[in-house]
Ligand binder design. Sequence first.
Ligand SMILES: [Zn+2]
Length: 277
Amino acid sequence: MTKRSSKSDDVSQIQAIDVHGHYGIYYQVRILPLKNTFMTGDAATVVDRARRSNTEWTIVSPLMALMPRFKADAVAGNEEAARVVPQTDGLLQWVVINPLQPKTYEQAEVMLRHPRCMGIKIHPEEHGYPVKEHGRAMFEFAQKHKAIVLTHSGEENSMPEDFIPFTNDFPGARLILAHLGCGWDGDPTHQVRAIQASKHGNVWVDTSSAQSILPKLIEWAVSEIGVERLLYGTDTPLYVAAMQRARIDHAEISAGEKRMILRENSLKLFGSLLPKK
Ligand SMILES: [Zn+2]
């Protein structure tokens, strides 16, 4: 049985690394304009909320590169992020690759060398392609550049299991499946099952899903795949960063396990890519 943390462990003071954030204007055609404004937040808002949740670094992709659905200009979004992120203390960048905008590959070649860029973000749902079709080229590219990839996961074009043939074929590519528990079919186990099917220890999952409100989800994932596979993520500013933080701080796992999810697993994964403070 796992040791439960006591108040004296003071997990809430751990300076977290949030691997899954955004900044910018949220815009979906189908939702109420007011709700779009709720999920919008500029870079300053994102770092303010991160600081108030004891988060040292938030790795962001610009919403401009992802939205509106099927119409985003990822090239313009990447250019904006390369400008905004270095000016904003506390932010780090994912460069967005959209295989339907081949120029994003060229941008990634350059931006992966920027000191604030931690890897590649992909989003088959917002960009509108099945990962089954474009994954091979993307993971070949990631392996060539030894890049860490964060992907949206859990919907039809981005089912976690569909990534595993690629991470098995390209062991030098490292993949973070976003949104532990997210499954368009209502099944919260896809990310965990995919990691269990991966062969090279090169797949992780982040805790950024709204499904984190489910009791036992995080705890079950830790028991199934080991705490080493979980990374802290919030999906800020779409979701409340402090709420995602509280979910981990109060999880029914040991203080050491919380520390690994919030910070140490990311220190290990990103290593020398992370700026020294
Ligand atoms: Zn996101």
